[in-house]
Design a protein around this ligand. Structure first.
Ligand code: CA
Length: 322
């Protein structure tokens, strides 16, 4: 049997080079030969799905300057409090730490740049990818995470309904449509499958229970054979944190190689770990190629989420894997 070729998933576009989730970044990512482009979606006040990672706008836009009175008591400007036209009026920039104003990844696209980037709607992004697939004769897929299902419910909204409906409009309905849905929340995946009757490929993302991002989800259990049995009952593959496959034990120490990939493969779950960044290497490697070698060749993962899709495609080509 021929081994499947590992997938390159362009995480938030080519965000190693251009601000995340911009149409410009997605076009650049597309040109780098990924198999999938990765998207996050959230809702605006007027229920439009936009492609954006955080619930608040502060780390990526000039919202604090333009709408100083629209922050909540916790100090953040939430996208869900703004209409699509207000969101569109914002200037998007490279990710910064909103407390300090400094770039999170200083070697990336300058955060101070005045280039006019904006937040796209989900429809715009799908049209861009479908358009490029047509004009370039490609079949790049969409790998989307409906962000914060519980947060949206608290706001009286349903992010899953919105994205599944949009995908249906654009012809993404079944297993063969190269559209994967990812979620940290098992109930959200079940809701899309059972209630919305979505037949799209479903990916269970696995976080670390200390991150406290999805209260009530026990990721440590999810990583056990019993936990994975359960996941295999509703999801098609898993997206674990890379540290759950190769545990970084700190500088100068041997990392710990786990059996997660093997356990998952036994249950016919493919494994797509996140997030591979040239400018944030684990301590056990000296280069990005070393890291890719460990994951693709030694651990046998089926794909990776990376901010640097060109580097991953290049490595796979040189290794004869594509
Ligand atoms: Ca994501």
């Amino acid at each position: 049997m021929m081994k499947k070729k590992p997938l390159v998933i362009a995480h938030r576009g080519a965000c190693g080079y251009l601000p995340e989730h911009t149409l410009e970044g997605k076009a650049l990512a597309f040109a780098m030969g990924p198999d999938f482009v990765e998207l996050d979606a959230i809702l605006t006040r007027d229920d439009r799905a936009i492609v954006f990672h955080d619930h608040y706008l502060d780390a990526m836009t000039d919202v604090a300057e333009k709408f100083p009175d629209r922050k909540r008591n916790d100090g953040w400007h939430y996208a869900v409090d703004f209409s699509l036209s207000e969101v569109k009026s914002l200037r998007l920039h490279e990710r910064i730490n909103p407390d300090t104003g400094t770039a999170v990844y200083p070697g990336r696209f300058p955060a101070s740049s005045q280039v006019r980037f904006e937040i796209p709607t989900l429809e715009e992004e799908i049209e861009l990818i479908q358009g490029l697939n047509t004009s370039m004769g490609r079949q790049v897929g969409i790998y989307l995470e409906p962000k914060g299902p519980a947060f949206h419910r608290k706001e009286g909204k349903c992010i899953e309904d919105a994205v599944i409906n949009i995908f249906r409009e654009f012809g993404y309905t079944g297993r063969d449509s190269r559209c994967y849905i990812q979620s940290f929340l098992p109930e959200s995946i079940r809701y899309m499958k059972d209630t919305l009757k979505s037949d799209l490929t479903m990916v269970q993302l696995i976080g670390d229970s200390t991150w406290k991002e999805t209260p009530g989800v026990d990721y440590y259990r999810m990583l056990t054979p019993e936990g994975l049995d359960q996941v295999a009952g509703y999801a098609d593959l898993i997206g674990p944190w890379m540290n759950q496959i190769v545990r970084d034990a700190g500088t100068g120490r041997e990392p710990e190689y786990t059996n997660l990939v093997e356990l998952a493969h036994k249950r016919k779950l493919d494994v797509h770990p996140y997030t591979f960044r040239v400018d944030a290497l684990p301590s056990y490697v000296k280069s990005f190629d070393d890291l890719l070698g460990i994951f693709f060749l030694k651990m046998g993962v089926d794909g990776i989420f990376t901010d640097f899709p060109d580097r991953a495609s290049g490595f796979l080509k040189r290794s004869g894997l594509r």
